[in-house]
Design a protein around this ligand. Structure first.
Ligand SMILES: C[S@@+](CC[C@H](N)C(=O)[O-])C[C@H]1O[C@@H](n2cnc3c(N)ncnc32)[C@H](O)[C@@H]1O
Length: 279
């Protein structure tokens, strides 16, 4: 079977189980098996394809295992983050969160800023910020050992100097003070419906936060008060219907609203708050 024939057949089978971009995915899987770039395939379409290796990978995708877990990476902010079982796959929406922090830092002093990426997962937020703001001191924390392993792997692979800490919420962060606390915490209600590939394959610790999805924001609203520097800012990604409720929740803990930031679809995705008088 040639590369072209394998891609055509894989595309049809992916389409058959409802995969949204079957042509692109078939090409990415073929390129992954052959350890080449996708563009290489077009110039070598009539060469032989190792069907057996391709079939193993294709079967996993037909069972709805996420493509990024099969490829072993996901692009975020123009860089490849390594991912696999046990860690949330970075989402494009989360780039809005990173951009919001960068926009704020471009208006303030950018040297010596201390930044906490709470619930770091793969490290995509904190490590991107450190790469974009080399003078900042960045701590990446998470409760999951698997996530922390991926964050460490990414720090090594991207050659970025961040401190990685295991912590349940703020518990292990002691009395440290951060100028910026940024987080994409779990925010899905336990009864919400999710695509099979998310619910079955991505870690539930990364997804769910009580009945309403707001449980972790409640924790941050309270516990972040002990870790924020005077006039420090909190940047939170929120679910697509949660911005107003999260803002109210934080206000009830005396955080001051600064702004909400929309994603590319115009949906309020980031809530920015400032520390109150108590900081
Ligand atoms: C929505 S994921 C975000 C991952 C990553 N920051 C991203 O944007 O792709 C939430 C993360 O919160 C972590 N987490 C869940 N409960 C936690 C807790 N009690 N303390 C610290 N981290 C927690 C999960 O392990 C997961 O990595």
């Amino acid at each position: 079977m040639t590369i072209r024939e394998w891609i055509q057949s894989a595309q049809a089978r992916l389409l058959g189980v409802g995969i949204e971009a079957p042509a692109l995915e078939a090409q990415l899987l073929a390129a992954h098996v052959l350890l080449v770039d996708r563009t290489w395939l077009f110039a070598h379409a009539e060469e032989d394809f190792p069907e057996l290796a391709g079939e193993g990978l294709l079967q996993r995708r037909l069972a709805h295992e996420p493509l990024s877990y099969l490829l072993g990476w996901r692009e975020f902010f123009g860089r490849r983050f390594l991912v696999g079982s046990g860690v949330l796959i970075p989402r494009q929406d989360t780039e809005t969160l990173v951009e919001s922090v960068l926009a704020h830092c471009s208006q303030s002093r950018s040297d010596e800023l201390s930044i906490l990426d709470l619930c770091t997962g793969s490290g995509c937020i904190g490590e991107t910020l450190k790469l974009e703001l080399p003078a900042a001191k960045v701590v990446c924390s998470d409760l999951s050992d698997a996530a922390l392993r991926w964050a460490s792997l990414n720090a090594e692979h991207l050659n970025v100097d961040v401190e990685i800490v295991k912590s349940d919420g703020f518990q292990e962060l002691g009395d440290r003070k951060f100028d910026i606390i940024v987080s994409n915490p779990p925010y899905i209600g336990v009864h919400e419906s999710l695509p099979e590939e998310v619910r079955e394959f991505e870690p539930s610790l990364a997804l769910f936060a009580g009945d309403s999805g707001l449980a972790f924001y409640q924790r941050i609203a309270d516990e972040a008060r002990g870790c924020i520097a005077p006039w420090g800012r909190l940047f939170l990604e929120v679910g697509h219907t949660q911005a107003a409720r999260v803002t109210e929740l934080l206000k009830s803990f005396d955080w001051r609203p600064v702004q909400t930031v929309p994603d590319l679809a115009g949906i309020a995705r980031v809530v920015v708050m400032e520390a109150g008088e108590w900081s």
